[in-house]
Design a protein around this ligand. Sequence first.
Ligand SMILES: Nc1nc2c(c(=O)[nH]1)N[C@H]1C(S)=C(S)[C@@H](COP(=O)(O)O)O[C@H]1N2
Ligand SMILES: [Mo]
Length: 559
Amino acid sequence: METVNRPDEWKIEQGLAGAKLPFLDQTGNEIIAIPPHQWEGATKDEAAIKAVGDPNKLFRRELEGWKGYVEWEKYPEKKAKAHKILKSQTFPPNAEFQMGPIPNTNPVLPGTHWKMWHHAIGGELTDVPEDSWKTVLREKHPEMLHLLQFPYNGEPPKRLVTSKAITPNPLHFVRNHGGIPLIEKDKWSLTLDGLVANPKSYTLDDLMDESKFPRMEKLVTIQCSGTRRIEQISLYPGQGDEVPQAPWAEGAIGTAKYVGISLKKVIKDCGGLIKGGKHLELYGAETYFKSDEVMNYLVSVPWSKVKANEVILAWEMNGEPLPKIHGYPLRVVVLGYIGARSVKWLYRIKAIKNPTIAPVQSKEYLYFNQQVGKHNQRPTDGIQIQEMPVSSAIMSPWTKQVVIHNGKIRCKGWAYSGGGRWPERVELSADGGFSWYAVPNENLSAKHKWTWRTWEFDLPCDVEGWVEIVCRCWDNSLNTQPLNIRAAWNWGLHVTSSAHRISVYSVNESRALTKQRLAKFEETGSPLAPLTWPEEFPTQSLEDYKKYWRENEPRDVDD
Ligand SMILES: Nc1nc2c(c(=O)[nH]1)N[C@H]1C(S)=C(S)[C@@H](COP(=O)(O)O)O[C@H]1N2
Ligand SMILES: [Mo]
C-alpha cells in the first residue's frame, strides 16, 4: 500500500522508539527540529597510530604471572600513548538499550565497544575479551543471565537469586569494568604506599600470617548500586553508557562468607598514616576505559571506615579460594558500602589526602537530583554513593504473571540495608501499597549486621484480575523505601530503592465461579494460558443467559 509516512511513524509518535525522535528547539521564533545524530562510519588515522609504536612492546604484561595486567597509573607517558591511539580513530556508537526494545539474546549486550577498545590498544589487552568470557563459562552457573558479555556483567535468574540465604559462588552476580586478570597466587603481591610511615609489600603468605594479622570471617551482602536499574530505565531513560549503566534487574546482589584480614591492621603494620592521610586509594589490576583514556580500576574509601575494621582484604569466599571472576587472589570487601568500593584483583593501596579523583569515584556512582542530566550535569552536583539505603525486591511471582491461588499469593524475595543496618521488618501489599501485611519473623532468614534477609510470605489476596503487589522493608533505624520510582529517579539510574511493585493477574480459586470456570477449561482441554487468548467455549449457556433476563430487570428502564 502507498503511504507517505515512514513505517515506524506510529511507534515513534507513541514513544516506543524515543531514540529516533528529533529534539524540538523552541527558543527562537520558529520551532526547529534537531534530528538525532547519524553515525557516519569509522575513521582511522593509520599513520598516527603506527607512529605511536609497537603495542606488543608498549603495552606489555607488567609482571610475570599476571595475565591481562597492564600497569597504567605508574606510567603517564604510556597512558598518553594509549590515548593517542584511541583519539586517532572513531568507534561505533554505544548500543541503545534504553529507548528501544532490549534484544532477545543472552548475553543481552555484546559489549562491542569495549572489545574494540581492547583490540585497538592491542599488546597484552588483545586476548582479554576472549579470556574473560572463557572464565565466565568456567566459573559461573550455566543459568546466569549475561547482561553484558564484555566487560562481563551477569546476574542469576530470579528463581535462583534467593533460593539460598547464602549465595553459592557460581550464582553470585558479577560486575566488571574490564577484563578478568588471571593472576598466579605465588607471583602476586600487594604494595602499600603513599602517606604511610613505612611503605611495604606483602605476599599472600605474609597477609595470611596469623601471628601478625588476626583472621576475620564475615557474612556479607554485596550490592551494586545499579541493582533494579531496569525499573528506572523503563520509567524514564537516563545516562546510557553500557558499563556504568548496565541494565540490572533484582539480581545484582549476593551474600557470601568472606575470610581475610582487616585493612586497618595492615596500615598499622606500615606504621600508620602520616601527613594528613585520610583516604585509601584501592587499585584493581584490569584496564578501564573512560573518554578515550585508559587506567586501572581505582576507587577510594575513607580512613574512618577502615579504622572501624569495616574494610576487609579477603582471599576466601564461601570456603573456597576467591574465584578468578571475583578477584583472585585478593579483593577488598567494604562492609555496607556499594559494591564498587570492594575492589577485585587488588594490587596496590595508596594512602592519600582526599577521595581519589579517578573517574569511577569522581564521575560515576554519583547520585544526582532529578533535574540534573546530559544538558547540565557536573560531577560535583552528584553525591558520591557509599552506604546503600534500605531496599527490597520480590523474586516470585514475576510482573505480568498469572497466579492461580486459594486466596493467598505465595511471594518470595530479599530485603537489605547498607551501612550496618539490617532489615527489621518486611511488608507486602496486594492493593498497590494501601494496606500492608508484615512478613512474620519466622519467614525471614537470620538477622546479621552486614547481610540481606531472604523471605517468603503467603500474601492474602481476595481480589481477582490485575493487582499490584508491593514490597517494602523497614530497617533497624526505621528507615523505609520511597513508594514510587519517580521519587528517587536519577540521571545515573543508581540506587533504585523504591518499594518494589509488580503487576500480577490474580485468579482466586476459593471463589465458586472461578473454581467452576477452571474446571471447565480442564474439562474441555482448552488452554488457560496465555491470558489474552479468547476462551474457546461459551462462558454461559444460552438458557442461562435467557433465564437471567427473565428474572432480572431489563437493561433499559421506562421513565
Ligand atoms: N577491580 C575491580 N573491582 C571491582 C569492580 C571492577 O570492575 N573491577 N567492580 C565493582 C563493582 S561496581 C561491584 S558491584 C562489585 C561486584 O563484585 P562481584 O563481581 O564480586 O559480585 O565489584 C567491584 N569491584
Ligand atoms: Mo557496582
